[in-house]
Write a protein that binds this ligand. Structure first.
Ligand code: SF4
Length: 234
């Protein structure tokens, strides 16, 4: 059989397959979501530079029956924006996936890519903002616009009891997504907040390279947050 071009001979990779299988919903925006023009333009710029990357809103990942959600801020450009899975492929994912494994919330071996076979059990990871922002800084209007997806994502987890929010912006957006009033729930590492609807929110410093390299967040401190979550599961 004659092959017209080398590309035709290659099977689609995991990112292409996942993109083709993506089903938009209230909880998961379409891959070409236009609602934040600045972020949509940044996605397009990244796609032009790195066409093999995900370069789209990053869907949540994990167990649909999760009792625990972990809410980050937004994809990193060379992490989730590259691989298509939250916290996958960059520094922040190392401590997070290591901790999930330690607490029995994952199986398989984390290898920083979409097709590493990792599974979560009882846990789900998502981001308050689904598209990568320039300099890791979403604008307030972008956080607000994406909150409808964040709220729907959390609402679509029927067994959810506890949410660990990573960093103050994820904390604030998650409180608002659940209908809470911010001044009542000040951010603090390992602080526990009980919302009127019954949801429990626990704050953690973000597991970013900056926080872990400076010692603002140590593995012990991060694990303490997950221990708190497990103690409140019942
Ligand atoms: S951040 Fe959210 S609302 Fe904004 S373009 Fe991306 S998916 Fe759409």
């Amino acid at each position: 059989m004659e092959i017209d071009s080398p590309e035709l001979a290659l099977p689609p990779g995991p990112i292409a397959l996942a993109r083709a299988a993506h089903v938009p919903s209230a909880a998961e925006p379409p891959l070409d979501c236009p609602l934040c023009p600045r972020l949509a333009a940044y996605r397009d710029d990244n796609a032009a530079r790195q066409p093999g990357w995900w370069n789209a809103p990053v869907p949540g990942f994990g167990d649909p029956d999760a009792w625990l959600a972990i809410a980050g801020l937004a994809p990193g450009v060379q992490g989730a924006n590259r691989t298509g899975r939250p916290f996958t492929g960059d520094w922040a994912g190392l401590l997070l996936f290591q901790t999930l494994e330690k607490f029995g919330l994952s199986s398989g071996v984390y290898a920083g890519k979409l097709d590493d076979g990792l599974s979560l059990h009882g846990a789900f990871i998502t981001n308050a903002v689904r598209c990568v922002p320039p300099q890791n800084k979403p604008e307030p209007a972008e956080i607000k616009t994406c909150r409808s997806f964040h709220a729907a994502r959390l609402a679509a987890l029927p067994n959810l009891k506890v949410i660990i929010t990573l960093g103050s912006i994820a904390h604030q957006s998650t409180i608002k997504a659940l209908g809470g009033k911010l001044p009542k729930y000040p951010f603090g590492h390992n602080a526990v907040h009980r919302l009127p609807g019954g949801m429990i929110i626990i704050d953690a410093y973000h597991c970013s390279r900056l926080n872990t390299n400076t010692g603002r967040l140590t593995p012990d401190m991060f694990e303490a947050v997950f221990a708190t979550a497990l103690s409140l599961k019942a």
